[in-house]
Design a protein around this ligand. Sequence first.
Ligand code: NDP
Length: 488
Amino acid sequence: MQKYDNYIDGKFSQSKSGQIRKIMDPANGEQIATVPESTKEDMLIAIAAARKAFDHGPWRKTAALDRGKALFKIADGIRAKAKMLAEIETKNCGKPLPEAEYDVADAANCFEFYGGLATKIHGETMSVPANSISYVVREPVGVCGQIVPWNFPLLMASWKIAPALAAGNTVILKPSELTPMTALELAKIIHESGLPEGVVNIVSGPGVGAGEELAINKDVDKIAFTGGTATGRKIMTAATGNLKRVTLELGGKNPNIIFEDCDIEAAVDGALFGAFANQGEVCSAGSRLLVHKSVHKQIVDGMLAKISRIKLGHGLSEGTKMGPLISSDHREKVESYIKIGIDEGAKLICGGKRPTSADLSLGNFLEPTIFDHVKPTMRIAREEIFGPVLSVIPFSTEEEAIELANDSEYGLAAGIWTKNVVRAHRVSQALRAGIIWVNNYHPTFNEMPWGGYKQSGHGRELGLHGIEAYLEIKQININLDETPIGWY
Ligand code: NDP
């Protein structure tokens, strides 16, 4: 069994408190590792290390080309350990191995993308007023606190750390207390890459008691958070103490809209993948399936015909398509929504219960669940469930579909299924969401911005916009006229 350390100021260590946390495999309840159960004291040490590294260390003055090369080295390090990282991710999160392999490859690509971008952080020049030169430079924000959730641990850590480093910042990352293993493996890769001490600090511990210090502490210049909307709100409030920069990537109740002029087979596949990939534990999950009435039966029958292909099992077992939920508490939360759906009068057409086979009895498994004839006012149509529960809502017109889709406090992602290119553009522009997929669901690109409208978040990650969130803008004016101004 693996015993992990925190990574602070270039050194590996246990929590000052000596406390540890046992890490469990959610598929069978077996203990797979221990990690430090860090406290505020550990966090303060990490913040001081990141502050010192930013204010007095070499990193922010390192040539952009060399910062880029350092990120390429981290990408290489991830690729060299890809198999091991994917297996750990599967054991710790429950997700099927092919999904974990995809995440690990994407994490390496993310470091590579931002490694390339390090040399493309440009300024602007202007000649205002006459006889002067004015220019704009982009500089690192400073010390960045970063808090990530349990559904995509390595990938989320990479989305946070890579742009911050490319821009010349220093960071303290707190992984979820449930899934800290791959982030602590990433710490080893970063250490081996030779980054100066204190530039990256990775501290495992709970949100309340450790992570919250990153939002509160006045030596932290920016906080970047991915997780639930309720926690995001707390973080934003805590960050007002020193008005730190805040980016939030929060929840969603994303509409996946199937029009009557779609390719039915592709739409069925997209509906299932949108709802059930990663056990439905995805902020961008297509958990509201809006279906035109004329194809409603075909779509529902198509999904029911394929649902048995979503084989439950340990993520490392051959053929597994869906793993366990992250914890027994979380499974109970999802089950409570299934009860709410039944009580509210939605029609449960599949799933809704734990599997009965003996080999799955020790894990947090739940069958993929579909409710049909869901009314838009029902809680299962409005609240983020964050599990394998799909709500099917029929509609009659394009206008109604748009209205239903936008009738949400969230605005992260949306899917559109149609062969009509004009409709695809028209509906894409009408939807109030940060990510629109047409005839597809879930593809994510390091090159494209990620983030939501409304209560799905604040700011953007990934792409060129993602690095802007880690940069301050400074104007510098140089007077070329040496004559005294003679004002007085
Ligand atoms: P949280 O938002 O509570 O957790 C995300 C991260 O924030 C974890 O690292 C957590 O630490 C940390 N955290 C928790 N409270 C605080 C705090 N007060 N200050 C600083 N950091 C904090 O998500 P949960 O795991 O509790 O899940 C709750 C719901 O959030 C889910 O059911 C889902 O709806 C949504 N969610 C959305 C995600 C997304 O990708 N947008 C991801 C995960 C959840 P720790 O857990 O280690 O204590």
